[in-house]
Design a protein around this ligand. Structure first.
Ligand SMILES: N[C@@H](CCC(=O)N[C@@H](CS)C(=O)NCC(=O)O)C(=O)O
Length: 219
């Protein structure tokens, strides 16, 4: 984590390039056309666990958003909801109540039921309990695969998850698919998800937020 002076002109996002929770927030910011300063926090080097960062986020995780006022918001769902409520233009939720619930359900499966099972600290706990890398990789693949199979019938997948405009469902889905690709999870039983992935990978907001486009991505 660098120690540049605080940018009070725009929000600062504490982020790690391949953190899927950070990636969600980057997509939401990009879809809403909001400018921000990225402050990389290198999880491999343990920068999320140093006291300087823990004063910002006592949980020691990314992302965290520091507002222009200096206030900190942690937890990607809270950050995304804050952005949605503060910047209601280019909404990430449908005006239709039932559709909103469906969009939120996809976000919840990913945010609550998939991602926490392959988070860095959970994997390190497995390693600490004596599981080798083969077992850890098998664990990751199992939970991502099961989770995305749950998501597949929940989305329409005709364009983005629910129609021509990306919603909070796509904000959560694309980072999870990135993790699936990273861990070589077979997505052949998820054609709707793969279709959404192809569309989003060609959309400028998703490209801007992609791990490969981040300044802290290693060469
Ligand atoms: N529920 C949190 C999860 C945040 C989280 O677990 N972030 C990961 C990176 S994707 C992290 O910082 N992991 C560090 C660790 O587990 O020690 C959110 O959505 O913001």
């Amino acid at each position: 984590m660098n120690s540049l002076p605080r940018d009070t002109a725009r929000p600062e996002l504490f982020t790690y390039y391949r953190s899927t929770s950070s990636y969600r927030v980057r997509i939401a910011l990009a879809l809403k056309g909001l400018d921000y300063t990225a402050i990389p926090v290198n999880l491999l080097r343990g920068e999320h666990l140093v006291p300087e960062y823990k004063t910002l986020n006592p949980q020691g995780r990314v992302p965290a958003l520091r507002l222009e006022s200096g206030e900190i918001i942690t937890q990607s769902p809270a950050i995304i909801e804050y952005l949605e409520e503060r910047y209601p233009d280019k909404p990430l939720l449908s005006p239709d109540l039932l559709l909103r619930a469906r969009q939120r359900a996809v976000a919840a499966v990913i945010g609550c039921d998939i991602h926490p099972l392959h988070n860095v600290s959970v994997l390190n706990r497995l390693r600490g309990m004596g599981h080798d890398e083969t077992a850890v990789t098998d664990w990751i693949g199992h939970w991502i695969s099961e989770g995305l199979k749950t998501v597949e019938p929940l989305i329409d997948g005709t364009a983005f998850c629910f129609g021509d405009t990306p919603s909070v469902a796509d904000v959560y889905l694309l980072p999870q698919v990135y993790a699936a690709r990273r861990f070589k999870v077979d997505l052949s039983t998820c054609p709707r998800i793969v279709q959404v992935e192809q569309l989003a990978l060609n959309a400028p907001a998703f490209q801007k937020a992609h791990p490969d486009a981040q300044p802290d991505r290693p060469d």
